[in-house]
Design a protein around this ligand. Structure first.
Ligand code: NAP
Length: 488
């Protein structure tokens, strides 16, 4: 869509991204009485990662009652662990019931953003050449939006079908094929059980064996849906799951009962589901539990044990025209090679040139790794708010619990600028630096410092994960400390 004379170009708020965090921000803005906003979304529909990720088997691994906003319980969930289309439908209903469709501009990206300090406005350039401006700019693109291809030589030489899990083609038909999957993370653990029954042969290339816990899923029946409509039940169910998961957070700390339980359950799960000793040994993790995202699955191990499946633990030498050559000299011939190799989480917003005060570029500010005060604001970038920014990912609970207070925090900052008749608000550089130093110090001795993962950069800096309990984050974020911010 291109701007014409009747399309507004100047807004109080521009929100980039129509996933969970963008939708939440839009709804909270409306509640705060700010209706002059637009949501710019690169994809053709609403949902963010749940729109983009259409690989077979895509599901959430957090119980659905906690994967709904506190202000929008959903009595329609069909399973405790909802699948991607069901979550996308929840998001669509959310957008429709809150009148957000009229605020959406789909199929558009932002390429440049420059803060005009004199006017106290962000000047934005879209990928169709159009310009927008806004007093406040909210980046709600999420950590998991840009798929990452593996850095393996020869990838471009492969003559078969090459797919990435994060951009699954709607018409992909892999039935009867020799399929290879690179990666053994949360995505692969969902894809592999979906592909195994249709593949002629399924080869899974594992670099690291991961910790797998049972997925205590169940179908929600009529009684659940009836209860879901009983006033007070949905918040109670949500609170229950939030508390259960918050308790599970203890499992990331050494010496806790929760940790001993996690390890014992995962080991028993593997013993039960992998009768073949050689396969079981290949699947035994060698890094501390929790360092990478824990996988919840009842069918991943079973899928690997099928006669037509093979787990390859030899390293990959290179990709060839016909398949994958491994370090033991074997060439694995394939019709389709699926890269379930995750996302670029280390360079958030790198597709946009973001210029703050005094021409300072976000890419420069983040040269040694992305960081933001409470994951939300960046010194030198006034009136810019990040949703699910650096160090706000969680390995133990629902990301929605982090999104809601982030929106509260950002809106409180916006309201202060509006109320006090100022042009901008910016986190104080000393406050942001002290926050970052304390956080990195805490993370340096945490379980997340003890392996390679998408939480951690090559230089050892942990850029993605929040080190503490969710309650601690919510307390720190919900109401911004006025002394942490300066106004201009
Ligand atoms: P990921 O956790 O980053 O896993 C990527 C996998 O690819 C890893 O097994 C990695 O091995 C492997 N890999 C990467 N480069 C490789 C290379 N050059 N050679 C061989 N192997 C390579 O990505 P993901 O599985 O897509 O999951 C990302 C995150 O998305 C999850 O942690 C989770 O937060 C979210 N997610 C959630 C769900 C859900 O159920 N809610 C489902 C899917 C994804 P190494 O471990 O050795 O690096």
């Amino acid at each position: 869509m291109s701007n014409d004379a009747s399309t507004p170009t100047d807004f109080e708020v521009v929100i980039l991204g129509a996933g969970m965090s963008g939708l939440c921000m839009a709804i909270q803005l409306q509640r705060a009485g700010i209706a002059d906003f637009v949501i710019v979304e690169k994809s053709a529909g609403i949902g963010g990662t749940w729109w983009d990720n259409r690989y077979p088997g895509a599901q959430v691994d957090v119980p659905a009652p906690a994967y709904s906003f506190s202000f929008a319980p959903n009595p329609h969930w069909t399973h405790r662990f909802a699948d991607a289309p069901e979550i996308q439908r929840y998001q669509q209903r959310l957008a429709e019931s809150h009148g957000l469709l009229q605020h959406l501009r789909l199929g558009l990206g932002i390429t440049e953003a420059r803060f005009d300090a004199d006017a106290g406005r962000w000047r934005l350039r879209l990928d169709n050449g159009d310009a927008l401006s806004a007093r406040f700019f909210v980046c709600s693109t999420g950590a998991l939006s840009v798929g990452r291809w593996p850095d393996i030589p020869g990838l471009a030489d492969f003559q078969g079908q090459l797919l990435h899990s994060a951009r699954w083609p709607a018409d992909a038909d892999l039935a009867g094929q020799r399929i290879g999957v690179i990666g053994t993370g949360s995505t692969a653990a969902q894809l592999v059980p979906a592909l195994a029954p249709v593949a002629a042969r399924l080869t899974v290339f594992q670099r690291t064996a991961n910790w797998v816990l049972p997925r205590v899923d169940r179908r929600y029946g009529g009684l659940d849906r009836w209860l879901g409509r009983v006033p007070g039940y949905a918040p109670l169910a949500r609170r229950f799951w939030v508390q259960v998961m918050e308790w599970g957070r203890r499992g990331f700390d050494e010496g806790t009962l929760a940790r001993r339980l996690l390890i014992a359950i995962a080991n028993a799960h593997r013993r039960r589901l992998v009768p073949d000793p050689a396969l079981r040994e290949g699947l035994a993790p060698s890094y501390p539990v929790g360092c990478k995202r824990i996988i919840y699955s009842n069918d991943y191990y079973r899928a690997l044990g099928r006669p037509q499946s093979e787990l390859v633990t030899a390293g990959i030498t290179r990709i060839t025209a016909r398949g994958v050559l491994t370090d033991d000299g074997r060439e694995h011939e394939l019709d389709t090679l699926v890269c379930a190799t995750g996302y670029d989480t280390l360079h958030p917003l790198s597709g946009i040139r973001i210029e703050g005060q005094g021409g300072w570029l976000l890419s420069e500010a983040w040269r040694d790794g992305a960081n933001a005060y409470l994951g939300i604001t960046v010194a030198g970038f006034p009136n810019l708010f990040l949703m699910l920014g650096p160090n706000t990912a969680t390995g133990h609970t629902s990301t929605l619990l982090y999104i809601e207070p982030q929106a509260d925090h950002a809106i409180a900052c916006m309201q202060r600028v509006r109320r006090e008749g100022r042009r901008w608000v910016s986190v104080r550089a000393d406050v942001a630096a002290a926050h970052d130093a304390a956080q990195q110090q805490r993370l340096a001795t945490s379980v997340w410092s003890r392996c390679r993962s998408w939480y951690r950069a090559e230089n050892g800096r942990i850029v993605a994960i929040w080190p503490g309990f969710t309650a601690e984050y919510v307390r720190a974020v919900r109401r911004p400390d006025p002394a942490s911010y300066e106004l201009g």
